[in-house]
Design a protein around this ligand. Structure first.
Ligand code: HT7
Ligand code: ZN
Length: 894
């Protein structure tokens, strides 16, 4: 497969000044009439500027004309269309082509879902609709006319503003849309079908009125309220926090049940996976509601960070994705904190931050340590769809967050303002963003570039020294990388600028005032951001009255791994006292991780497992501490995942990790039984369901308690409690948590509830996804093979591999969310994985390639598992068709 390289970027030789697209929509064959005003780019010369080379994929060309004359000097092949003997530097090219939406199972380009038409063009789907310069630095204005049978497709939507509608012969009708903003082709969208909209008119700060619509299948209309509210909040937030208004007359969201990812930010016509639009108390959990708010925000915020200013090339993807994830994280945190007291607001923000960092550390750190490791701004790719990664998105967001940590909210805002002033309407690079931040804040950020170019997770080792006589405290930070692949190592060229937030905790648990030697600050804050720029640097704090305990990397101020030799007693102290909520949680995680790694080693050696009662006591104190927000206590009680733990170990044995984690869970359940029952009772939420941060915090703590209680040596009381919760629940959060607890006690306890769940939600696709998922992640009794259930569920009439949500709910959940069962010693999980990757590869390479990544860390495991994994990878490599999956398995095997 051919790799595309960042340094090979060349500006386009041709530009498109305007495009008119006409669609005659029909499922088996849609005809596109594509009229483009094209000109040679100023200064373009040489071979690249001679012929016009347009992208095209799986298209049939019908006709071609230039300036009204049929054109014969062209060649069409699998990659597109080359037009030669061009008459002049500027001309009008009119193409007619067809494509086949109903046969399009890749869900990229124009496709049919539930008899309606949808498009997905990012990254390179537009070329599956018509021939074009399908690259993000070719921006133009679009006028789009849709024609279709009125009875089957009463609603016809495209980007921008609706300019005309009308009737046509033979029961057909049309709609004409014009988008006044220039955009790249990846932001094009159309939708046609039987849909209904929830509408709302709002007035933005300028006084202009805007029309907001959320389009869904008519029976789903009642489930769109939260998505609409989230959209309104997003619009308000972007004006308030960044001064960025909605720029179109109308803004539309459309939900589709067959979708490869979460959602897509097409200009003025966002297309969403139903999962991130449809919700009501009965069918969606607190987690689902939070996901809707975050994704609606994310796509809306792209209107400025992605659409108004877009990426020059796909290597710059994090320019829009990292920045927009950062923005959606801030939005969610602000929404969670809204209307709360300062203390409660801080706790709510901390809970969001912990959640975000937990995801980053579990998934992105693993990616950065594996064969797919790449910098936030990758240097090469075979298939760009494989680079919509945790690194580009989540590490990219951390990189953006560091500007805010360095310059404060106001400095960050100045940088954003300058970025838009300089680049509105253009396709730019990560360097342009960094330059705007640097210039707006009068800082040289040359070194900061390494955050974009170096792969791997940096490590910061910390040593400290207190001099009681001099009242000084020295903190020495040294940075480097852990073991990295050769490719990642090649990118690691020098030290990073790491904003390292620190606090010093006194013996009474309070923060000490901080004064740096030579510092210029008049105040003595309790948290300081040190700027680590060298490989090793010592920071001296002065006037330190007592030997402190360092609270390191507060609020996770940089995406790094910190090494410091805390004792268990010190971690227990920080877990009880650290004023930085993130680090208080972090102390508990370190304590648990250390214990779990010890238990795992003991389990591997076949030794009896024991746990220090002080650890159980430390968790008990946090569980009982009612001054702490329930959401925080829920997070504090959640042990590091098996996946995260396996990442910390060479030759990992998932069975031993599972045994260790289960042992600690049981120890906590039995040791804190009464406290857990008390927490369960105290956190029942009265009154009608609301997915607010406060209520969901209570439900979260109550249900985490229930989940522990399912692991009691004698879970009979828990079974009764869970059954009662299942039967009386007025919301999905409680109902699904109860079912999960019953499954955990044992499948026989859950059979009746499982059957009931199916009957209740048989006709609700998203709720039914949960039914599949809960069975896929179930732990199983000793010796039981959950895979047998998974296989049986694949034969269920409601299962379809073609629907990505359903495939994810069963197959992905088993392969990526049930480590102990997936890594069964007989290799059955891997054989199953290979079968499913190959089956998916033939219909939907993007989804297949995501599943393919489940084995990329195969080298980390015990030799027996490693061999079985390699065999499965080799089988996939031998049978794969798509470059998507090929890139993943070849990199894994290399
Ligand atoms: N910008 C979008 C990324 C995307 C995508 C979405 C749906 C289907 C395929 C896709 N490929 C890339 C989503 C986002 O980050 O907002
Ligand atoms: Zn995005």
């Amino acid at each position: 497969s051919v790799a595309v390289r960042r340094l090979d970027y060349a500006p386009p030789a041709f530009l498109i000044d305007e495009v008119q697209l006409e669609f005659d929509l029909a499922p088996t064959k849609t005809t596109v009439t594509n009229t483009m005003r094209i000109r040679r780019a100023p200064g373009a010369a040489g071979a690249a500027a001679r012929d016009l080379v347009l992208h095209g994929d799986d298209l049939d060309l019908v006709s071609i004309a230039i300036d009204g004359r049929p054109w014969t000097a062209y060649t069409a092949n699998d990659d597109g269309l080359t037009v030669s003997a061009l008459p002049s530097d500027a001309f009008t090219l009119k193409l007619v082509n067809t494509n086949r939406p109903a046969a399009n199972t890749s869900l990229s380009g124009l496709y049919v879902s539930n008899r309606n038409f949808f498009t997905q063009c990012e990254a390179e789907g537009f070329r599956r609709i018509t021939y074009f310069l399908d690259r993000p630095d070719v921006m133009t204005t679009y006028t789009v006319t849709l024609r279709a049978a009125r009875d089957d497709y009463p609603v016809l939507l495209a980007n921008g503003n609706l300019v005309e509608t009308g009737e046509l012969p033979d029961g057909r009708h049309f709609a004409k849309w014009h988008d006044p903003f220039v955009k790249p082709s990846y932001l094009f969208a159309l939708v046609a079908g039987k849909l209904a909209a929830r509408e709302k008119r709002i007035r933005i700060r300028s006084g202009e009125e805007k029309l907001l619509q959320v389009w869904v299948e008519p029976h789903d209309l009642p489930k769109t309220e939260y998505a609409m509210d989230s959209l309104v909040h997003s619009i308000e937030w972007d004006e308030e926090r960044f001064g960025l208004p909605l720029d179109l007359e109308r803004f539309m969201i459309v939900a589709v049940s067959d979708f490869n990812m979460g959602a897509m930010e097409n200009k003025g016509l966002n297309i969403f996976n139903t999962k991130y639009v449809l919700a009501d108390a009965q069918t969606a959990t607190d987690f689902d509601f939070a996901g809707i708010e975050a994704v609606v925000g994310h796509e809306y915020f792209h209107n400025w960070t992605g659409n108004r200013v877009t990426c020059r090339d796909w290597f710059q993807l994090s320019l829009k994705e990292g920045l927009t994830v950062f923005r959606d994280q801030e939005f969610s945190a602000d929404m969670a904190a809204k209307g709360l007291s300062p203390e409660a607001a801080a706790a709510a923000r901390a809970a969001r931050r912990i959640d975000d960092v937990r995801g980053l550390r579990q998934n992105q750190f693993a990616e950065d340590a594996g064969p797919m490791a790449h910098p936030v701004r990758p240097d090469s790719y075979v298939e760009i769809n494989n680079f919509y990664t945790m690194t580009v998105y989540e590490k990219g967001a951390e990189v953006v967050r560091m500007y805010q940590t360095l310059f404060g909210r106001d400095g960050f805002r100045k940088g954003m303002d300058l970025y838009f002033k300089r680049h509105d309407g253009h396709a730019v690079t990560c360097d342009d963003f960094r330059a705007a931040m640097a210039d707006a804040n009068g800082r040289d950020l040359a070194q900061f570039e390494r955050w974009y170019s170096q792969a791997g997770t940096p490590r910061v080792a910390v040593t400290t020294r207190y001099d009681a006589a001099a009242r000084t405290y020295d903190v020495t930070l040294s940075q480097g990388y852990g073991p990295s692949s050769a490719a990642a190592k090649a990118t690691q060229t020098g030290p990073l600028l790491i904003p390292f937030a620190i606090g010093l905790v006194g013996a009474d648990g309070r923060d000490l005032p901080l004064k740096l030697e030579g510092g210029t600050r008049a105040d003595a804050p309790t948290t300081l951001v040190l700027e680590l720029t060298e490989t090793e640097q010592t920071f001296r704090f002065v006037d330190v009255a007592e030997a402190p305990l360092p609270s390191l990397l507060r609020d996770f101020s940089a995406p790094v791994i910190v090494h410091y030799d805390y004792t268990d007693a010190e971690l227990t102290f920080l877990f009880a006292h650290d004023r930085d909520a993130f680090n208080r949680w972090e102390a508990g995680q370190r304590l648990a991780t250390r214990a779990l790694l010890g238990l795992t080693a003991a389990a591997s050696r076949g030794e009896a497992l024991t746990i220090d009662p002080a650890i159980v006591a430390a968790f008990g104190r946090v569980l009982r501490d009612e001054s702490l927000a329930p959401a925080f206590r829920e997070l504090a009680l959640t042990l590091p995942s098996e996946r995260y733990l396996s990442e910390q170990i060479d030759d990992a044995d998932p069975a031993a990790v599972h045994a260790a984690r289960q042992f600690l869970r049981r120890a906590l359940a039995n040791g804190l039984r009464d406290d857990l029952f008390a927490a369960y009772d105290q956190n029942r939420v009265e009154g009608p369901y609301a997915p607010s941060a406060i209520d969901s915090g209570h439900r979260g703590l109550k249900n985490v308690a229930l989940n522990y209680l399912a692991d009691l040596d004698d879970p009979s009381d828990t079974a009764a409690l869970a059954r009662a919760q299942y039967d009386t629940a007025d919301n999905m959060t409680d109902r699904s948590a109860a079912l999960a607890a019953l499954l955990q006690i044992g499948k026989p306890h859950a059979t009746a509830a499982l059957d009931d769940f199916y009957r209740r939600f048989e006709h609700d696709a998203l709720a039914l996804d949960k039914w599949f998922a809960m069975q896929a992640v179930r732990r199983g009794a000793p010796g039981e093979r959950v895979l047998d259930d998974v296989r049986a569920l694949m034969a269920h009439p409601a299962f379809s591999l073609k629907n990505p949500n359903r495939a994810r709910s069963l197959i992905f959940q088993f392969c990526m969310g049930n480590a102990a069962q997936f890594h069964a010693a007989d290799g059955s999980g891997y054989a199953f994985w290979a079968d499913q990757v190959l089956a998916l590869d033939a219909m939907n390479p993007q989804v297949a390639s995501r599943l393919a990544r489940a084995l990329e860390r195969w080298r980390k495991f015990t030799p027996g598992l490693r061999d079985a994994m390699r065999a499965a990878l080799e089988r996939v490599a031998a049978g794969v068709q798509s470059k998507d999956v090929r890139e993943v398995v070849e990199k894994a095997l290399a």
